[in-house]
Design a protein around this ligand. Sequence first.
Ligand code: PMP
Length: 287
Amino acid sequence: MSRTVYVNGEYLPEEEAKISIFDRAFLMADGVYEVTSVLGGKLIDFEGHAVRLQRSMTELEMVAPCTKEELLEIHRELVKLNEIEDGLIYLQVTRGSAGDRDFMFPDPETTKPTIVLFTQNKPGLANSPAVQNGLKIISIDDIRWGRRDIKTTQLLYPSMGKMAAKKAGCDDAWMIEDGFVTEGTSNNAYFIKGNKIVTRALSTDILHGITRAAVLRFAQEAQMEVEERNFTIEEAQAADEAFVTSASTFVMPVVEIDGKAIGDGAPGSKALRLREIYLDESLKAAI
Ligand code: PMP
């Protein structure tokens, strides 16, 4: 069934949606994005994603195409039009098209941003079989740019990382810079030792995950200790448990890193408990 998508103020069948070949996201990856999950027809963590989108745009001197309230309205309308019970909403804002190719940013007075949203239907999103198996991870060098806190559409390297993982018979990759894990290709990375969760501190080195913020808050409420610091692959390999978080996978256990089983090689009980708490609390707060 053809989706209804949103492009610059219009709801259209996906076949009719068009963007200029001069759009700066196409020519220069001059775009930012967000992915918000939908469970039971409601949006999870919408506020966090809207705030981070605004931050990404501000950092890149982009002008917002609409207000947060309008964004919420568009999200809800797409959920309704596409009858999404469980799934994802992808949102992208670009600096638009100035009708030619030029490295200089166009004047925002005359070049309007492009905004696109589309849905991805994922029945049973919260009951993925991957949770039972856990993820197998490889490590790769982190050669991305230095502003990973801005959620841009420069996703070639993360895409290559996932391909490398697949070729190695694994599910995903964690990236390493100066000997320390930064994050996963599309998620934040953690290990658990005893009652302590360790994850890299926020900086320009990693994306400030919306799921990360919620999970760390719930972990503290559940009397788990949280330590935000640099860690090595070897430390994670020697941990009791490991996991990743993202808006599309929530909390996902990791069972193997570079061929070494984590704990007993099965998804850890604390990671699974965190997933349960995250899903319960997020569903309660869903809008
Ligand atoms: N790090 C990277 C590099 C990501 O692409 C993502 C997913 N967008 C995350 C972390 C997790 O962020 P969130 O929980 O907001 O989805």
